[in-house]
Ligand binder design. Structure first.
Ligand code: 13P
Ligand code: SF4
Length: 310
C-alpha cells in the first residue's frame, strides 16, 4: 500500500540508499541533472569537479549521472572500477560533432599545432589529443602551451573563441563544433530578462555564442557561476546556462533571486537520467562503460596532463 504522507519518490530513494551501501557505490551527478537526481547524489559538480572526484573516490562502484563523455572520463581515471551510466543513451551532440577522421584531417592541416580538447568529447578524440580542458580551466590550459605554438582547439568553437579572447592569443584554430543547448540562448532572451530584472547580474557560460557573452556581467563555467552567485553581495542573478544549475544554486543560496534565462536552455541528454534508472543501474550493475585499452592509455594521458596543470 502506498502511504499518502510519504513524498513522491521516497520509496525509490530508500531503495537507492540501501543498494548504494550494499554495493559501496558513489553517485556523482552533474549540475545539469534533474533536481531529484542531484538531491540523491553523493557529489554534485561540473565536469572538472566530476573528473577530480572520480580521481579521489574510494567506492567500489561509480554511478555517473551525466552524459557518456563524463562516464568515459571517470572510467579512464578508474580503469579497475565499474562505472555505470543509468541511461546508456545520454550522449552529447557536441561531442559527436567531431569524428576521429575529422580530427586527423585537421591535424594534417596544422601539423605544428598542440591539440587542446574540451572534455566534452569521446575517448577516441581525447586519445588523439595532447591535453584536455574543461570550461573551468580552459584559459589556464591554453596558457600552459608556449605562446608561439599554434593550438587546435576542439570541438567547441565558442569556448575556444572565449579562450582566445581571454588569453589574447591569435594562434588558436577553432573547430566548428558547438553545444545546441547553449546556442539556443539568444540575445533577445537576455534583453527580455534584463528588462524584467534590471539589477540582476547576467551570468553566461562560455559555450554560449559571442553575441550572448557580450551581454554578460560574468562569464564562467558552471562552478564559476555558482561560486559567483554564492559569494556576490547582489541579490538577483540571470543564469544563462543549462537550467539544472538553477536548482543547485537555489539550494545553496535560498534567499537569492535566481532567474532562468529561457526554458529552451534544457539539455535533453542530461535529462534522460531519472531516479528509477539510478535504482535499476544499481540493481543490475548496468550500463557499464568500457573504453578499449588502446584508446584508454593515450586518452588518460590527455586527462592527466590537464589535472596536473590545474
Ligand atoms: P561544465 O561542466 O564544464 O561547466 O560544462 C558544461 C557542459 O556543457 C557539460 O556538458
Ligand atoms: Fe553536450 Fe551541451 Fe548537453 Fe553539455 S549541455 S551535454 S555540451 S549538449
Amino acid at each position: 500500500m502506498v502511504s499518502l504522507e510519504r513524498p513522491a519518490g521516497a520509496e525509490l530513494v530508500e531503495k537507492i540508499n540501501r543498494l548504494r551501501q550494499e554495493r559501496r557505490a558513489v553517485i556523482l551527478a552533474h549540475n545539469y541533472q534533474v533536481p531529484e537526481v542531484q538531491d540523491i547524489a553523493d557529489i554534485v559538480g561540473d565536469s572538472l569537479a566530476m573528473a577530480r572526484e572520480a580521481a579521489k573516490v574510494e567506492a567500489d562502484v561509480i554511478v555517473l549521472c551525466g552524459v557518456r563523455f563524463m562516464a568515459e572520463t571517470a572510467k579512464l581515471i578508474n580503469p579497475d572500477r565499474p562505472v555505470l551510466m543509468p541511461d546508456p543513451n545520454s550522449g552529447c551532440p557536441m561531442a559527436d560533432m567531431i569524428s576521429l577522421r575529422e580530427l586527423q584531417e585537421a591535424k594534417q592541416r596544422h601539423p605544428d599545432a598542440t591539440v587542446v580538447t574540451y572534455v566534452n568529447s569521446s575517448a577516441v578524440i581525447k586519445a588523439a589529443s595532447d591535453i584536455c580542458c574543461t570550461s573551468a580551466n580552459a584559459v589556464r590550459i591554453v596558457e600552459s602551451v608556449p605562446k608561439e605554438k599554434p593550438i587546435l582547439f576542439v570541438p567547441d568553437q565558442s569556448l575556444g573563441e572565449y579562450t582566445a579572447e581571454q588569453t589574447g592569443r591569435d594562434n588558436i584554430i577553432l573547430y566548428p563544433g558547438f553545444c545546441p543547448t547553449h546556442h539556443r540562448i539568444l540575445v533577445e532572451h537576455v534583453e527580455a530578462r534584463r528588462a524584467q530584472y534590471p539589477d540582476a547580474d547576467v551570468c553566461v557560460h562560455p559555450e554560449c555564442t559571442r553575441d550572448v557573452r557580450c551581454l554578460a556581467d560574468v562569464i564562467g563555467s558552471t562552478s564559476q557561476i555558482i561560486r559567483h552567485v554564492c559569494e556576490s553581495d547582489k541579490n538577483a542573478f540571470i543564469i544563462a546556462t543549462e537550467l539544472g544549475v538553477c536548482h543547485t544554486i537555489r539550494k545553496r543560496c535560498p534567499h537569492k533571486t535566481i532567474v532562468e534565462i529561457t526554458g529552451l536552455a534544457d539539455c535533453p541528454n542530461m535529462k534522460l537520467n531519472t531516479l528509477e534508472k539510478v535504482l535499476w543501474s544499481l540493481e543490475d550493475m548496468q550500463h557499464e562503460v568500457t573504453v578499449p585499452k588502446e584508446v584508454a592509455g593515450p586518452a588518460r594521458k590527455a586527462i592527466e596532463r590537464m589535472l596536473a596543470v590545474t
